[in-house]
Design a protein around this ligand. Structure first.
Ligand SMILES: [Zn+2]
Ligand SMILES: [Zn+2]
Length: 457
C-alpha cells in the first residue's frame, strides 16, 4: 500500500517535471532551488516586496513571489541542528569556527594582538547520578559486557530503578554556568589583589562556550576563557594576568560553584525531609584546564587554537538528540513521546523533566519547555560580547561577497538584503516545508530574510 502510493507520488512528480521542462520552466526552477544550497527545509514566503530609494522615492525593484519560478520565495531555514538541516548546520559550524578562531588568533574585526593574551580551554563536567554502562579502557563494563562504540546501552543506567533521574534533570537545568563566571571574576580579582568592583578598570574577561551532551544525557561545558585589557581585545592585559593565574582561578571557581534546589514536593513527607531542605548541585570533580597555544603541539599538553575552534564548532551544531537519542524539537504533549523511537533512558529523562515541570518550586526552570533538551535551557553555544566578531557580521560579509559575485537578475530574484539608503516595503508571509517545525517556525521572518540567505560554505 505504502509502496504503491510512493510509486504513484513519484509518477506524478515526473509528469509535473516533464510539463515544466516542456514549458521551459525547469531551468529557472532548478536555479532558484539550487540557490538554497541544499537546505533541507526551506522557508517559503509568499507576497510582494518593493525597494524604494528613500531619498527620491524611486522604485528600485519590485518582487512578487507569484512571478518566481517556484511561485514563492525560498529562503534557507538557518537551523543549526545537524539533525534538522545538514546544509544550514554546516554553515553555522563554519561560522562558529571562524568566530572562535578570530577570538584566539585575531582576524575579522579582532586585532591579532589578541593571540598574546592569556587564555585557557576548560572543560567542566557533570557529576554522576548512578552507575551507567561504559567502556572502561581495556577492561569490561561492570555488567560484564564489552560495549562497542555504537552500543545503545552506553551511558544508560545499570539499574534504571535506582538511577537519580530527578537529580540528573535538575543538574542540567540550574544556572551553574552563570554562577561559575561570578566566582571566576571573584577568584581573578582576589589573585590580582583587587576587588571585584575595581577589576573591570584593569581587565575584562571574555569567553566562548559550548554545551556537549554526554550519552547519559548530562551536559559538559567546553569553554575558552581569555583575559583582555580594560576595554576588551584591543587593549593590553595587565602584567599580573598570566595563563597560570587564569588556570588556578578557573579550577578554584569551578570547585566553589554550587546551586541550590528545593527538593521535589513528592519526596518531602515520605523521606522525612523538611520542606525547606534543599539539594546542592555542583560540577563533577573532573575539571580539565589547558593552555591554548598558537602552534601545533602533540600529546596531552597545551591544545592549539585550530583544535579548540574545531572542537567548539563541532558541538555547536549538536543538540541532545545526537548523542543521547532524544528529540530535536519541543514537546507539546507528553503523549507525543509514544510516536518517537527513543531509548528508555532518554524517555525517562524527558518524562522526569515533564513531571518536575508541574511542581511549583521548579516553575522558574520551565522544565516542560525544555524537556526535549533534558532540562538544559538556552543556547548550547554562547559567547560574551568582547570575545570575537559576531555571526551577524560574518553573515553580512558573506552576503556582500555573494552580491559581488552574483549577476543582478539572480540577486533580484532571491531578494538581497536592503542597505541603509533603501527603504523596504514588504508584505511577505512565511510558510515552511516542515509542518512540524516547532517553536522556531516563522520566527522573526524579517530577520531571517535579511540574514540567512547564505551559500553553503
Ligand atoms: Zn536549512
Ligand atoms: Zn555495561
Amino acid at each position: 500500500m505504502n509502496r504503491d502510493s510512493a510509486l504513484e507520488r513519484r509518477g506524478r512528480l515526473t509528469a509535473r517535471l516533464a510539463k515544466l521542462a516542456a514549458a521551459g520552466h525547469l531551468a529557472p526552477l532548478a536555479r532558484q532551488v539550487g540557490s538554497l544550497g541544499g537546505c533541507a527545509r526551506p522557508i517559503r514566503m509568499t507576497g510582494h516586496r518593493t525597494r524604494l530609494d528613500s531619498a527620491t522615492g524611486q522604485i528600485l525593484d519590485h518582487l512578487d513571489t507569484r512571478h518566481l519560478p517556484a511561485g514563492e520565495l525560498l529562503l534557507r531555514c538557518g537551523n543549526r541542528r545537524a539533525t534538522r538541516c545538514p546544509s544550514c548546520s554546516n554553515v553555522y559550524r563554519y561560522d562558529t569556527y571562524q568566530l572562535i578562531a578570530a577570538g584566539l588568533r585575531g582576524g575579522k574585526t579582532v586585532p591579532t594582538s589578541v593571540s598574546t593574551h592569556p587564555r585557557v580551554f576548560a572543560t567542566l563536567t557533570a557529576p554522576g547520578f548512578g552507575p551507567v554502562h561504559n567502556q572502561p579502557g581495556a577492561t569490561s563494563c561492570v555488567c560484564g559486557a564489552r560495549h562497542g562504540d555504537s552500543d545503545p546501552l552506553l551511558g544508560t543506567p545499570l539499574n534504571p530503578q535506582r538511577y537519580d533521574y530527578t537529580g540528573a534533570v535538575l543538574w542540567n537545568a540550574p544556572a551553574l554556568w552563570a554562577r561559575f563566571t561570578t566566582h571566576l571574576r571573584r577568584e581573578i580579582a582576589h589573585a590580582a589583589g583587587l576587588t571585584q568592583r575595581t577589576l573591570r578598570h584593569h581587565a575584562t574577561l571574555s569567553y566562548a562556550k559550548v554545551a556537549e551532551y554526554q550519552k547519559r544525557g548530562q551536559i559538559h561545558f567546553h569553554t575558552i576563557i581569555r583575559i583582555d585589557g580594560p576595554t576588551g581585545p584591543a587593549s593590553t592585559p595587565p602584567a599580573w594576568a598570566t595563563t597560570d593565574l587564569l588556570d588556578h582561578a578557573v579550577r578554584a571557581a569551578a570547585k566553589r560553584t554550587r546551586v541550590q534546589h528545593q527538593r521535589p514536593s513528592g519526596a518531602r513527607e515520605t523521606d522525612g525531609v523538611q520542606a525547606s531542605e534543599s539539594r546542592v548541585f555542583r560540577f563533577g570533580r573532573q575539571i580539565d584546564v589547558r593552555a591554548i597555544r598558537s602552534t601545533d603541539f602533540t600529546g596531552d599538553g597545551p591544545v592549539t587554537d585550530r583544535h579548540v575552534a574545531a572542537y567548539i564548532a563541532k558541538y555547536a551544531t549538536k543538540g541532545a538528540e545526537t548523542t543521547t537519542g532524544t528529540l530535536d524539537r519541543r514537546l507539546r504533549f507528553l503523549a507525543e513521546l509514544a510516536q518517537h523511537d527513543l531509548t528508555d533512558h532518554a524517555r525517562q529523562m524527558i518524562h522526569t523533566a515533564w513531571q518536575l515541570g508541574t511542581q511549583l518550586q521548579h516553575a522558574h526552570l520551565r522544565l516542560r519547555q525544555w524537556a526535549h533538551m533534558l532540562g538544559f535551557r538556552g543556547h548550547f553555544s554562547t559567547r560574551t560580547r568582547h570575545y570575537s566578531t559576531t555571526l551577524t557580521q560574518l553573515r553580512a560579509e558573506r552576503t556582500a561577497w555573494r552580491t559581488r559575485q552574483d549577476d543582478p537578475q539572480e540577486r533580484t530574484d532571491q531578494g538581497q538584503p536592503v542597505t541603509d539608503q533603501h527603504s523596504d516595503r514588504s508584505d511577505l508571509t512565511a510558510g515552511h516545508t516542515d509542518p512540524d517545525a516547532g517553536h522556531r517556525s516563522g520566527h522573526r521572518a524579517g530577520s531571517r530574510q535579511r540574514g540567512q540567505q547564505t551559500p553553503p560554505w
